[in-house]
Design a protein. Structure first.
Lengths: 113, 112
């Protein structure tokens, strides 16, 4: 069974204090690893998809990286508006065609001004 | 293209009542997914449609849950005889052949 573990569960940073979120995964074959941002009471908002080890993607203050066992979401000089829950999800190559996502529990990031 | 729309945004119902939620996916997306999310947890897969065919259902989807996607357009998720444990955010997502997953804003269900 596919498993995704995110750490830490919660992270509190001061504005400008860079840090990283971790996503460890166990899948039978990885088709893609996804990062989403979720604000309270809203649906997940797509950030990145990574497909193979060594791949990196950036968007503003966020950078996602992927290895064979984990992914990191690096946040550089965060601002209060970056406060949200960050979700990691994997899409496994299970042989079927449903392409469903398996999510971790998320990391709740709070950035204080 | 206005994204994935879900209706209603919030639903409060009494235990034992039936409820139905609607999802309108992005028009060119042929794949549609329902997920359930409880407080402090990530979304959990419920069911998947490709066009009008329901191709997979999770073990989480008890006999009280039914989903449809007539004509491969909008989808409905019905919960019969609701229980307090059904209280959650119900999320719909759609996906085309070359695009990532787009989620709706969800329907927050509270069973009292």
């Amino acid at each position: 069974e596919d498993q995704v573990t995110q750490s830490p569960e919660a992270l509190r940073l001061q504005e400008g204090e860079s840090s990283s979120l971790n996503c460890s995964y166990t899948v039978s074959g990885l088709r893609g690893l996804f990062w989403y941002r979720q604000d309270p009471g809203k649906g997940p908002e797509f950030l990145f998809t990574l497909y193979s080890a060594g791949e990196e993607k950036e968007k503003e203050r966020l950078k996602a990286t992927l290895t064979k066992k984990e992914s990191f979401l690096h946040i550089t000089a965060p601002k209060p508006e970056d406060s949200a829950t960050y979700l990691c999800a994997v899409q496994a190559d299970s042989g079927g065609s449903n392409y469903k996502l398996t999510f971790g529990k998320g990391t709740l990031l709070t950035v204080n001004p | 293209d206005t994204g994935v729309s879900q209706d209603p945004r919030h639903k409060i119902t009494k235990r034992g009542q039936n409820v139905t939620f609607r999802c309108d996916p992005i028009s060119e997306h042929n794949r549609l997914y329902w997920y359930r999310q409880t407080l402090g947890q990530g979304p959990e897969f419920l069911t998947y449609f490709q066009n009008e065919a329901q191709l997979e259902k999770s073990r989480l989807l008890s006999d009280r849950f039914s989903a449809e996607r007539p004509k491969g357009s909008f989808s409905t998720l019905e919960i019969q005889r609701t229980e307090q444990g059904d209280s959650a955010m119900y999320l719909c997502a759609s996906r085309g052949p070359y695009y990532g997953y787009t989620f709706g804003s969800g329907t927050r269900l509270t069973v009292v």
